[in-house]
Design a protein around this ligand. Structure first.
Ligand code: AMP
Length: 382
């Protein structure tokens, strides 16, 4: 592939914060940006040259959008596979529609990983209450029931503690096609964000530890304080998954580290990920520049981490008593603030994030604790 060079136009499907941060990198490097979504004045649209308004299942609108760009990538997975296939016939799309097709549906993704020999949680396909009850008796409880498609941040998920809860749990996720997973009593959660170029080159960022609260990412610690052997295994898994998918772009693999030190893949996201935001302030090349380089067929940048770091998500909850005290938070010179340009602060809505860097992991942990106190962030579970 001939590289797509500065001056060209990047098309982004989706218009949230991931597109915004990609657009900022693209503009810095002299590219133009068009974003496609149904929303006006979106986080990406505020930065893009053109905010193209269209529904995600409108093939004609998507083709019109594609005509004006040189390459298309996405920042969110819940886009009709047919639409992406149609765009692909007109202009290069990275990662491909095939990668999107597999990863936008939990069952397809689990079957793909399982059949390629990657470690996944024991799981079963569910289409009826009868199947759910049978699967519960096979996989045991506790277990987690998830919708097969279109879920994120713990939405469309229900934990089941005993077979008697089956009906309530299935109803809570809206019936339909689902997946039941054995509940993993993990030691910690980690992720690997990595880039893969059109020439097959591979550049992983450090393995990081993720702490969730109410199913939403709360804090990412970079690097993760886990055994070097486990980190090496995690990066090998990431490389092999990207190769098996023939994925060009950035991909995040979320994994559980079991109490025995084994790794189990929880899910894949074929795009930059919330657990990679720290790379903006702590790496030579960040995940968004890597996405841009990969999809444009350019050489990947160095993924080297320059300082220990942590990322804290800023959810709408911290606006409950008015505007958060930004000046107080920025009193710590190692805090970097990122706000996504969203006008309404709703509970659990990702409004921004803060990255803290420091000379040591201890200094970073100290700053994170202080920052959370200022914002009144209380982590609810692990
Ligand atoms: P997901 O949307 O699948 O990434 O799930 C969100 C969070 O729910 C994960 O990061 C875990 O903290 C938790 N979770 C999901 N699936 C499982 C599982 N099978 N066992 C234990 N915890 C889980």
């Amino acid at each position: 592939m001939k590289p797509i060079l500065p001056g060209a136009t990047i098309g982004i499907l989706g218009s949230g914060q991931l597109g915004r941060m990609l657009a900022l990198e693209a503009r810095r490097m002299g590219y133009k940006v068009h974003t496609f979504s149904p929303d006006k004045n979106s986080p990406t649209g505020q930065i893009a040259d053109v905010e193209f308004i269209g529904k995600y299942d409108d093939i004609n609108a998507a083709l019109q959008f594609a005509e004006a760009v040189d390459v298309v990538t996405f920042e969110f997975e819940n886009i009709s596979g047919d639409v992406v296939k149609a765009i692909e016939a007109a202009v290069p799309v990275h990662p491909s529609s095939n990668v999107l097709h597999i990863t936008q549906h939990r069952l397809r993704e689990k079957n793909f990983l399982d059949s390629n020999g990657f470690p996944v949680t024991p799981f079963a396909k569910i289409a009826t209450l009868e199947e759910l009850k049978n699967a519960l008796s096979k996989l045991g409880t506790p277990a987690v029931l998830k919708t097969a498609g279109f879920g994120y941040d713990g939405k469309g998920q229900s934990k089941i503690n005993s077979v008697s809860e089956a009906e309530t749990a299935y109803s809570a996720i809206g019936w339909g096609e689902a997946i039941l997973e054995a509940f993993i009593d993990f030691q910690c959660e980690v992720s690997v964000v990595a880039a893969r170029g059109t020439d097959g080159s591979f550049a992983p960022f450090e393995v990081v530890q993720n702490i969730h609260s109410n199913h939403i990412l709360d804090t990412t610690i970079a690097p993760a304080a886990i055994d070097a052997q486990i980190k090496k295994k995690a990066i090998d898994i990431a490389k092999n998954v990207m190769e098996s998918l023939d994925c060009v772009g950035v991909l995040c693999i979320e994994m559980f580290v079991t109490k025995n030190g084994e790794l189990i893949i929880n899910e894949l996201a074929p795009r930059p990920h919330n657990s990679g935001h720290w790379t903006i302030d702590a790496c030579v090349t960040n995940q968004f520049e890597q996405q841009l380089r990969a999809v444009c067929g350019l050489p990947l940048g160095s993924a080297e981490q320059l300082r220990p770091a942590a990322m804290v998500n800023l959810l709408g909850d911290i606006w409950a008593n008015g505007e958060p005290d930004w000046a107080e938070a920025l009193r710590d010179p190692n805090v970097k603030l990122h706000l996504y340009g969203k006008s309404k602060a709703r509970k659990a809505r990702k409004m921004g994030h803060a990255t803290v860097t420091g000379n040591t992991a201890e200094n970073v942990a100290h700053s994170v604790k202080h920052l959370k106190q200022i914002f009144g962030i209380v982590s609810k579970d692990k």
